[in-house]
Structure formats: structure tokens, C-alpha cells
Design a protein around this ligand. Structure first.
Ligand code: ADP
Ligand code: ASP
Ligand code: MG
Length: 476
């Protein structure tokens, strides 16, 4: 039994609030946790599929297709109405909630039509549109929790999370957010009411809506958990925790009872969607417990994040490789030429040119001869990156010191994670012979200096085979 002042932040993902049944499960989880946690904050995602629908409709509107907008309006109302009808029996409350949803959908229509007139959607307009998913779900979830006999109060996180104006990937101002979040949430918590707030969104100091990046509701929960501060943050999703691989690709993937912060950081950064990569830092810094659990299987203990997997990364149960993940739709960009040999500053200029396009680089290797630098970028940024590199190295290209700058077809970065790899010789050898046996050609390799992960690049068509092959090393 937790002590009187202990605080828990629970976040429900899109599938966990994705239907009337799912919301009932979420509300039951809140009710059960209530018994142990007198101070409980709930963070919600949009109903699953809604953020995509909102953003796709905005993209269509920008192309002049307003029909999609009308269809989206209908479908958004229907999906939220269905949940309200299923759980909110009080006639007045039901009508209020539906009215609220209509107002948001009306905003959506107006924003969409404005985008249609302009013929383009600015990042700021896209954030205003994307935020509507969470702004709708928060009122519906609050209504459902109340219908389970629990006092709850919806609060939009535009009033809690203060960010800069980097729309679509906004950065929180932690000091301002601490002050706002405590000032707004503590009085609600002190009354014994559960604040239910929107994940994913914040606002600039002037009140303009921003979002924290796709999948950012996990991050919202971590920010609030760290700043209140809470004792624990629990992320409720649609799988039994962090698994040995994405179960959609590897059906025999299994949940890990525990994983260290450094391991999960690598997994999240390299594509495991189960946790937004920015979630980890605030909770580690605040020394808060983090747990990932399944809304559809709440009796399962899920995954606990631990400071380190056994001290010094010694493998748990002799398991050296813990998990394998993949980031798709990347291209490898190579800068090559004999004239680069020993010339200082080539790498700095190259990455300066990449940074100028606003692209981040998840993977870098350099051949020891220094005749080539090779790195991965998201496929959609590859053309811009190459143009920028050609500009920066125009003289070297003219003088043939650099022969060419080029990009591959789509590739996938496969990342193998396990803190125990550091102490175990021969792991890389096992991985490569396994891939060789399955006829997977490895195009490039990189290992972080922490040795918690090894990343290898394979052709997009070999990605699933590669992930499954490495996974067989975990389960066999
Ligand atoms: P939510 O809406 O709850 O935030 P997400 O779809 O963002 O859920 O993340 C959960 C999904 O992440 C799972 O359904 C699973 O397909 C995917 N996933 C990818 N890699 C992993 C992994 N290593 N462990 C667990 N789930 C993973
Ligand atoms: N609804 C947002 C998204 O789909 C945030 C989230 O679900 O975490 O990206
Ligand atoms: Mg998610």
C-alpha cells in the first residue's frame, strides 16, 4: 500500500482509449489504482487513428481536397459519440460532452478550410489541428472515469506545459512548466480529484498551441511526473511492456520483466515505438520509477525500467542480447574521394551541412582510410541533404578531392540492444554469422562507445528477415 502523499502519473496510449471497450478498461485501471494512490494524474493520447486522420485531412485540404475534410468531420464525431453513448448515461452530461466535441470539430473544419484557401499548412496550423485529437479525448475519458464513480477533472495541458515555438517538435521550458503544472494540478489533487490531461500538446508563453512530436504523450507523462514530482510514471499501452522485438514483426517476441534506462533509450531511439525516446531523460533525472503495462492485460506486471541491468551491465539470466529493433525509410549518404584523406574539418563541414537542413543523423561510420564518410538520414530528407553537401563541398567536387556525394535506395537500420554485450566477446560475430546464414547482406555497421547497442544497415527488403534472424539469437 502506497503512502498518503505518493503521486502516480498514468498515461493511456491511443489504442488504450481507442474504443468504448478500451476506455472502460482504462477507467477501471484508474479506479483500481485510486485505492493505492491518493494523488493520481491521468494523461491521455488521442483516440487511436485520430491524429493521423487530422493531419492527413490537413494535407488533403492543402491540396484543395475539401471532401476529405467533410468525411473526417463525420467520422471524428461518430467515433467520440459512440464512446460517450456507451458510458455516459446522465443525459445532461452526455449532451454537454457531445457539444464540446462539436466545438472542436468545428474548429477543425475552420482550420482545414483556411488551409484549403491558403494552399499550404504551416507547422503552427498543423499543431493547432493535431492538438484537437487529445483535446477531444480528454473530455471523453474524463466523462467515462466519472461514470465509474470517480471524481475527475479534464485540464488541457496547454495550461500546464510551456514550450518554445518550435512547432511540431516543441521543447518544454522546464522551469515555467514546473510552476504552471504544480499551480494548476496540486489544488485539484489536494481535493482528491483526478486531473485528466492531454498528452502530446503544450503552448508557448503566449498561449499558442504546440506539440511535442509524434508519439509525444509518453513524454508529456514523463515531464509532469518529473516536475510535480511523482513517485512513479506508468505508461499503459497495447502490449505487455517492452518486448524483445516489435511483436508485429516478430510474433514470438516476449515481454521483458525489466530493462535498464540505457538499453531502453537505445531501443526507443532506434525505432521501438513502445516508448517515445524523450520519455526517459526526465524520469531518470528525477529518479522516478517508470513502468510500461498493457491496458488489455492489466494483471501482467509489464516492464519495469531499472537503473542498470544488474550492476555494470552484467547480463540478466545470461541473456546478452536483450532486444532488436529497426528504423525504416532511411537512406545511407556517402561522401567519398581520395582528396579527403587526412584533411581536417571534413566531417565537421559535412555534418554542418546536414544540420543546416534540420536533419538529424541516427547512424555514422567512417572507413579508417578516411576516404569516405557514410551516414544515414531519413529518406525524405536525403535530397535536401545531398544538395546541401554539394553546396558546401563545391570546391572539393570541382577539384576532384571529393569524387561524389550519393545516397542509396531505402535501407533499414537494425539495432541490437543489450548492456551485457559489453562484457561478452564474440557477440558481433554471432550476429553476423546468423545474418550470413539467412543471406542478409550488411551494408554498414556502427557500435556506440557505450557498447549497449550495435547497429547495422541492411537493404529495406531484408529488414524483417534481419530482425527475425537476430531475434532467434535471443529466444534460442
Ligand atoms: P500507444 O498508442 O499506447 O502509445 P504505440 O503504438 O505508440 O502505443 O506503441 C506500442 C506499439 O509499439 C506496440 O503495439 C508494438 O507494435 C510497437 N513496438 C515496437 N517495438 C516494440 C518493442 N520492442 N516492444 C513492445 N512494443 C513494440
Ligand atoms: N496522438 C499523438 C500521436 O499520435 C501523440 C501520442 O499518441 O503519443 O502522435
Ligand atoms: Mg505511443
Amino acid at each position: 500500500m502506497a503512502g498518503k502523499s505518493r503521486t502516480l502519473v498514468m498515461k493511456f496510449g491511443g489504442t488504450s482509449v481507442g474504443s468504448a471497450d478500451a476506455m472502460a478498461k482504462a477507467a477501471q485501471i484508474v479506479k483500481d489504482a485510486r485505492a493505492d494512490w491518493p494523488r493520481l494524474v491521468v494523461v491521455t493520447s488521442a483516440v487511436s487513428g485520430v491524429t493521423n486522420l487530422l493531419l492527413d485531412s490537413a494535407a488533403q485540404a492543402a491540396k484543395g481536397n475539401l471532401q476529405t475534410l467533410l468525411e473526417a468531420e463525420k467520422s471524428l464525431f461518430a467515433s467520440h459519440e459512440k464512446i460517450i453513448n456507451a458510458h455516459v448515461s446522465d443525459v445532461k452530461r452526455r449532451a454537454e460532452l457531445k457539444e464540446k466535441i462539436k466545438v472542436f470539430i468545428n474548429d477543425f473544419g475552420n482550420l482545414g478550410r483556411a488551409i484549403g484557401v491558403l494552399g499550404e499548412a504551416s507547422p503552427r496550423a498543423l499543431d493547432a489541428i493535431a492538438s484537437l485529437g487529445e483535446r477531444m479525448s480528454v473530455y471523453v475519458l474524463t466523462g467515462v472515469i466519472e461514470s465509474f464513480g470517480i471524481s475527475a477533472q479534464a485540464i488541457e495541458s496547454t495550461r500546464l506545459i510551456v514550450t518554445n515555438s518550435h512547432f511540431q517538435n516543441a521543447h518544454p521550458d522546464f522551469d515555467a512548466t514546473r510552476e504552471c503544472a504544480r499551480a494548476k494540478l496540486n489544488p485539484i489533487l489536494d481535493k482528491g480529484v483526478i486531473p485528466v490531461t492531454t498528452g502530446f500538446i503544450g503552448a508557448t508563453p503566449d498561449g499558442i498551441i504546440t506539440t511535442l512530436g509524434r508519439g509525444g504523450s509518453d513524454y508529456s507523462a514523463a515531464i509532469l511526473g518529473a516536475l510535480l514530482p511523482a513517485n512513479e510514471v506508468w505508461i499503459w499501452t497495447d502490449v505487455d511492456g517492452v518486448m524483445t522485438s516489435d511483436p508485429r514483426i516478430v510474433p514470438n517476441a516476449r515481454a521483458l520483466p525489466e530493462i535498464s534506462y540505457s538499453e531502453v533509450s537505445e531501443l526507443a531511439y532506434y525505432g521501438a515505438k513502445v516508448l517515445h525516446p524523450k520519455t526517459i531523460r526526465p524520469v531518470v533525472e528525477a529518479g522516478i520509477g517508470l513502468r510500461i503495462c498493457n491496458t488489455f492485460n492489466p494483471a501482467h506486471p509489464g516492464t519495469r525500467l531499472i537503473a542498470n541491468s544488474k550492476s555494470n551491465g552484467e547480463p540478466v539470466n545470461g541473456q546478452v542480447i536483450k532486444a532488436v529493433t529497426a528504423i525504416r525509410k532511411q537512406k545511407l549518404v556517402t561522401i567519398e574521394g581520395r582528396g579527403m584523406l587526412g584533411v581536417p574539418g571534413v566531417a565537421a563541414r559535412a555534418f554542418g551541412a546536414v544540420a543546416a537542413t534540420g536533419t538529424s543523423v541516427p547512424f555514422i561510420t567512417q572507413a579508417s582510410s578516411e576516404q569516405s564518410i557514410c551516414f544515414a538520414v531519413p529518406s525524405e530528407s536525403a535530397n535536401d541533404v545531398i544538395t546541401s553537401l554539394e553546396k558546401v563541398f563545391s570546391h572539393e567536387l570541382e577539384d576532384d578531392d571529393i569524387d561524389r556525394v550519393w545516397a542509396t535506395e531505402d535501407v533499414t537500420i537494425v539495432t541490437v540492444v543489450g548492456a551485457g554485450m559489453r562484457h561478452t566477446p564474440g557477440v558481433a560475430g554471432r550476429i553476423f554469422s546468423q545474418l550470413g546464414d539467412r543471406k542478409v547482406n550488411v551494408l554498414a555497421i556502427a557500435q556506440g562507445s557505450s557498447e549497449v547497442s550495435i547497429s547495422l544497415v541492411v537493404d529495406a527488403s531484408a529488414a524483417d528477415t534481419a530482425v527475425k534472424a537476430v531475434h532467434d539469437l535471443i529466444v534460442n
